[in-house]
Design a protein around this ligand. Structure first.
Ligand code: 5GP
Length: 218
C-alpha cells in the first residue's frame, strides 16, 4: 500500500518578528489584535506601560501596566523601554525585556502602538519589524465608532477625531495598509500578512544549515 501521509516538516529555526498595528483610535485595531492573538498561539501581545488612567473594564498587567509619571520616567531613564511616546497628554512605552526574550525564542510579538513607536522600533530593529496601518473606511464611520464606544467623554472624542488626521498622515511609513470596513476580511488580511512575513528567507535562521544538510544528502 502506498503511504499517503505527508512528509514531516523539518523544524527550521526562525527569529521572531515584531508585528506592529497602528491606527487612529476607533479604527478597530484592538479587535483585530484580539482576534489574531486568539487564533495564533505563536504570537504574544506586548503590554505597554502607560500613565493614562484605566478605562472601565481594563485590567492592570493585561491591557496596560498603569503607572504614575515618576515610575514611567524611572523606567525610561533606566533604558528599560524599547520605545516611548507622548500621546494625548499621557506617556506610553514598550518594556524592552519581554520583546528581546520573545524574538530570541522564535516567538512573534504584536504591538498596538502609534506612529512614533513604529518609527522608533523601525530604527532600532529594522530587520524585525512588520508595520501595518489600519485605516477606518471613512471619517464618518470613525466618529461613529468613537462615540458608540462610549468610554471617553465627548471632549475626548472630539480631540481624538482631530488627532486621527495626524496619525493617518503617517500611512506611507507602513509596509501594509488595511482599510477596515469588514472585520472578518481584515482579520484574514492581518493573518495572511503574518503568514507570509514568517516565511521570509532572512528570518529563517536555520535555513542555511538545513540546505547544507540537504545538499550533502543529494
Ligand atoms: P489608548 O489610550 O487608546 O489605549 O491608546 C492611545 C494610543 O497610544 C494608541 O494609538 C495606541 O496605539 C498608542 N500606544 C499604546 N501603547 C503604546 C506604546 O507603548 N508606545 C507607543 N508609541 N504608543 C502606544
Amino acid at each position: 500500500m502506498t503511504d499517503t501521509k505527508p512528509a514531516a516538516r523539518p523544524a527550521i529555526a526562525r527569529r521572531g518578528l515584531l508585528y506592529i498595528l497602528s491606527s487612529p483610535s476607533g479604527a478597530g485595531k484592538t479587535t483585530l489584535a484580539r482576534r489574531l492573538l486568539a487564533e495564533d498561539p505563536n504570537i504574544t501581545m506586548s503590554v505597554s506601560v502607560t500613565t493614562r488612567k484605566p478605562r472601565p473594564g481594563e485590567i492592570d498587567g493585561k491591557d496596560y501596566v498603569f503607572v504614575d509619571h515618576a515610575s514611567f520616567e524611572g523606567m525610561r531613564d533606566e533604558g528599560a523601554l524599547l520605545e516611548w511616546a507622548r500621546v494625548f497628554d499621557n506617556y506610553y512605552g514598550t518594556p524592552a525585556a519581554p520583546v528581546a526574550a520573545a524574538i530570541e525564542a522564535g516567538k512573534d510579538v504584536l504591538f498596538d502602538i502609534d506612529w512614533q513607536g513604529a518609527q522608533q522600533l523601525s530604527e532600532k530593529m529594522p530587520g524585525d519589524v512588520v508595520r501595518v496601518f489600519v485605516m477606518p473606511p471613512s471619517g464618518r464611520v470613525l466618529e461613529e465608532r468613537l462615540r458608540t464606544r462610549a468610554q471617553d467623554p465627548p471632549d475626548v472624542v472630539a480631540r481624538r477625531m482631530a488627532e486621527a488626521a495626524g496619525e493617518i498622515s503617517h500611512w506611507p511609513e507602513y509596509d501594509y495598509v488595511i482599510v477596515n470596513a469588514d472585520v472578518e476580511e481584515s482579520v484574514r488580511s492581518v493573518s495572511a500578512i503574518l503568514a507570509a512575513e514568517r516565511l521570509k528567507r532572512g528570518r529563517l535562521l536555520g535555513l542555511s544549515s538545513f540546505v547544507r544538510d540537504m545538499q550533502n544528502s543529494l
